[in-house]
Design a protein around this ligand. Structure first.
Ligand code: ADP
Length: 626
């Protein structure tokens, strides 16, 4: 049959991989064995619901056969196999469409990194092989098929002669080069090490054909070579092993092997619960979000095993949304193999497991926060947003669980701090936890509203993401200290005399404030002399529950247009601008109106809000310059 082309995106990825100097070429063996094991799992799972199929443990194994003369390495499984259509679909496309484009947009072109991100499974065999042949026969099919490819120039599929169900993959191993010793992939002892390293826990026997030597019968000094199959994996799944026997590297290898992510996990936890309902679980806190994490396509969940058999790739019931970034698995002997999706949702035991896992995840995150701050901040950089959504979602149901885990940049040193750290260094007389909102910390730092607080030495939390203030509003307080937006009318620090002073000023200049309000109409609630401003002439503060920042966010959402914060225009009476304003009032109504509008527009600009009539603003400035 004629050669077929790989889909174009797959071809590019394959090219990158073959020609990259990726240092971990050896992982191809892990990928192929893992596919073989999956194929047998699929068959086993089928046999559970089929009367004709009889699953006999003995019949399920993986063979690895190195052959130095032919330079081939063959991996055979007795799994479910593939029919022609599956061959075409499964081995004709590498990357899910769009994922490569995503990578290229977001990172400089780098083959190594792309492999790291997508762990391209079966195709990794092209890193060590110049030609790959897949001979396969699907369960229940009459005919078998051979798929052959030498890499990125395409593949062909032809009728085959395989008699038993399953798949046989033949790699024609490359010749040695100066940089790379490919011969080692034909050396049984080397292969044995790799299999033990990467695939020890695979629950089917991996039988490696070893070449050994022994004394020749009847001879004293003469040795002869002979071949013998040896099962090289222990077959005990990692989660059934004793924690003390496992190293960090074991857990990391398992994470890679499972394709939980292509980053290095920041930490893991291994739980074994005995008693009325027994289960083992391993979960990981990843460092980086997968490319689809913050999209609708992302599906959360842990793998679910029943007595070592995978029954569900992703059981969403096991993870709450706020911890959806967690990867891992749960295995229980007390769970029925035939449990259906619907039954799972109802399952009381599963709910208990999920609750416990949630608790353990929180514990692990706190452990990172308190003992491995740098790692926690890496984690937070990727998943902090999810935690904040978690606080806000479901009417704040989980806020108490999550509040401790939040970090925000602070006005002191610009570092990330937790609420507890904030409380720990609050001034004695300080009543509130202050925060400011804005697009970036640089912008927030310049907000005039912050002046008074900074003078008092109060720390301010900088909220730069849309979700931030909503989360804080839902929480309302942390350990009984309420949150306060620095742009809100009452900062909670005005003492009486100063309030008196303001009242006097308001009375003295009542006309002026009133007239300004009339000029600006219902754009604002009122105009007031300010106590908080030091160097700046004006600012906008909000009187009600909706802050100016929230107004911005809400107006970007559909169906929410028209929501308005109660804005108050504050004027710094110590500022020369105020003198000029008073002066203008004595000149003419027009002059006063001009100054008022300009000051208001200035306040809008500082707040990052659009000016309602930019043309008028420009004209007004021109009038003033004349
Ligand atoms: P992944 O395993 O991540 O899905 P691969 O590129 O390794 O990606 O494999 C693609 C698909 O090809 C698998 O999902 C599976 O359906 C099929 N496949 C690969 N190897 C085998 C095998 N040994 N037996 C049956 N199917 C296989």
């Amino acid at each position: 049959m004629a050669k077929k082309q790989f889909k174009s995106e797959s071809k590019r990825l394959l090219d990158l991989m073959i020609h990259s100097i990726y240092t971990h070429k050896e992982i191809f063996i892990r990928e192929l064995i893992s596919n073989a094991s999956d194929a047998m799992d699929k068959l086993y799972y089928k046999s559970l619901s089929s009367k004709e199929l009889n699953f006999d443990q003995e019949d399920y194994y993986i063979q690895v056969i190195p052959n130095k003369e032919d330079r081939t390495l063959t991996i055979i499984d007795t799994g479910i196999g593939m029919n022609k259509e599956e061959l075409e679909n499964n081995l004709g496309t590498i990357a899910k469409s769009g994922s490569l484009a995503f990578k290229e947009e977001n990172q400089p072109q780098d083959g190594i990194d792309i492999i790291g991100q997508f762990g391209v499974g079966f195709y990794s065999s092209f890193m060590v092989a110049e030609e790959v042949t897949v001979k396969t026969k699907a369960l229940g099919e009459e005919s078998s098929w051979n798929w052959t490819s030498q890499g990125s120039d395409g593949y062909s599929i032809n009728p085959g002669s395989k008699e038993s169900t399953g798949t046989e993959i033949v790699l024609n191993i490359k010749e040695n080069t100066e940089e790379e010793n490919y011969d080692q992939y034909l050396d049984p002892y080397y292969l044995k090490g790799l299999i033990k390293k990467y695939s020890d826990f695979i629950r089917y026997p991996i039988k490696l054909l070893m070449t050994k030597s022994r004394l020749k019968e009847g001879e004293d000094q003469q040795f002869e070579e002979y071949q013998e199959e040896e099962t090289v994996n222990s077959m005990v799944p990692i989660w059934r092993k004793n924690k003390n026997e496992l190293t960090n590297e074991d857990y990391e290898n398992f994470y890679q092997e499972k394709h939980y992510g292509y980053d290095k996990p920041l930490s893991h936890a291994h739980i074994s619960v005995e008693g009325a309902f027994r289960y083992n679980a391993i979960f990981y806190i990843p460092e980086k979000a997968s490319y689809d994490y913050y999209t609708k396509e992302f599906e959360k969940g842990l793998e679910l095993y029943s007595s070592g058999v995978l029954i569900m790739h992703r059981a969403p019931e096991l993870l709450p949304d706020h911890f959806s970034f967690v990867k891992g698995l749960v295995d229980s002997e007390d769970l029925s193999l035939n449990i259906s999706r619907e039954m799972l949702q109802q399952d009381r035991q599963l709910k208990l497991i999920a609750k416990n896992i949630e608790k353990q995840i929180k514990k692990e995150l706190l452990n990172l926060l308190n003992n491995k701050r740098e790692d926690y901040e890496k984690f937070y950089d990727s998943f902090g947003r999810q935690l904040k959504y978690g606080v806000y979602a479901d009417f704040g149901q989980n806020k108490d669980l999550l509040a401790e885990l939040l970090l925000f940049k602070s006005s002191k040193e610009g570092l990330l701090i937790s609420f507890d750290e904030y409380l720990g260094r609050m001034k004695e007389e300080q009543k509130f936890i202050y925060y400011a909102t804005g697009e970036s910390t640089a912008k927030i730092e310049k907000l005039p509203q912050a002046e008074l607080l900074q003078e008092k030495g109060y720390e301010i939390l900088y909220l730069t993401e849309d979700i931030d203030e909503f989360a804080l509003k839902v929480m309302n307080n942390y350990k009984e200290k309420e949150f306060k937006n620095i742009s809100s009318q009452d900062l909670g620090i005005e003492d009486l005399d100063q309030k008196e002073e303001l009242k006097e000023e308001l009375e003295k200049n009542q006309d002026l404030y009133q007239e300004m309000k009339e000029i600006l109409g219902d754009k604002i609630l009122e105009v007031k002399p300010s106590r908080r401003l030091k160097k700046h002439p004006v600012c906008l503060t909000s009187g009600g529950d909706i802050s100016i920042e929230m107004e911005k966010v809400l107006n970007q959402m559909p169906n929410n247009e028209g929501i308005k914060a109660d804005k108050i225009l504050e004027i710094n009476i110590e500022h020369p601008a105020f003198k000029a304003l008073e002066q203008a009032k004595t000149v003419s109504k027009e002059e006063f109106s001009l100054y008022t509008k300009l000051l208001y527009d200035q306040a809008l600009l500082i707040e990052g809000l659009p000016i309602e009539d930019p043309v008028e603003f420009a004209d007004n400035i021109w009038k003033l310059l004349k």
